[in-house]
Design a binder for this molecule. Structure first.
Ligand SMILES: [Mg+2]
Ligand SMILES: [Zn+2]
Length: 193
């Protein structure tokens, strides 16, 4: 059999507004977690194409005292289970439990979640993609060097100076984001050869 040319590709995903419906408040119970219509299929496609999927998420509900870390972990592991039942895989999840007042280094647009992932898996961030739904996601991507794709419709974030123009691409959902990045990576592999 010919050697497949698949390299290990890394796709970072924000969670709320990308994988699941962004709740009005916070998702503090699995019952409130609702997958977006295209999410499970797209994660399976990306998995099939050899992407390692890593979720990076702000979960300030924890330090706001709205729910426990155990509850967030339970929601995350239920999500991972559903993804796997659908044929996809989420390699790992990095989340920030802090509020803006905690002034931590991991709440996006601070970069540390990406640095933690990069260190743990020896990832060169400039070779990766990050799909998010807020301009904070674009801002952090620009800081750490991953390529930002913005899903339209995220709530505005005060104090963020980047605009939609700073995203590599603006799309309507995860499926469109994957179509784009997959095409771009194919092009890159061809031109790099
Ligand atoms: Mg989001
Ligand atoms: Zn943090």
């Amino acid at each position: 059999m010919p050697q497949t040319n698949k390299i290990k590709k890394v796709l970072f995903l924000d969670r709320d507004g990308v994988i699941n419906v962004e709740a009005d408040g916070y998702v503090t119970d699995w019952k409130e977690f609702e997958f977006l219509p295209d999410a499970l299929d797209t994660i399976r496609r990306a998995t099939d194409e050899g992407y390692r999927i890593i979720v990076v998420s702000n979960q300030s509900a924890i330090n706001r005292g709205l729910c426990s870390r155990e509850t967030i972990d339970e929601i995350m592991s239920n999500m991972v289970e559903k993804v796997e039942a659908h044929g996809g895989k989420i390699k790992d999840i990095f989340y920030c439990p802090h509020t803006p007042d905690d002034k931590c280094k991991c709440r996006k647009p601070e970069p540390d979640l990406f640095f933690q992932a990069a260190e743990k898996y020896n990832i060169k961030l400039t070779n990766t993609w990050f799909v998010g739904d807020k301009l904070t996601d674009v801002a952090v991507a620009m800081r750490v060097g991953t390529k930002p794709i913005l899903i339209r419709g995220g709530k505005p974030v005060p104090g963020i100076t980047v605009t939609e123009e700073d995203a590599v691409k603006v799309v309507n959902n995860l499926s469109e984001a994957f179509d784009f990045l997959f095409a771009m990576d194919k092009l890159r592999l061809v031109t790099d050869a």
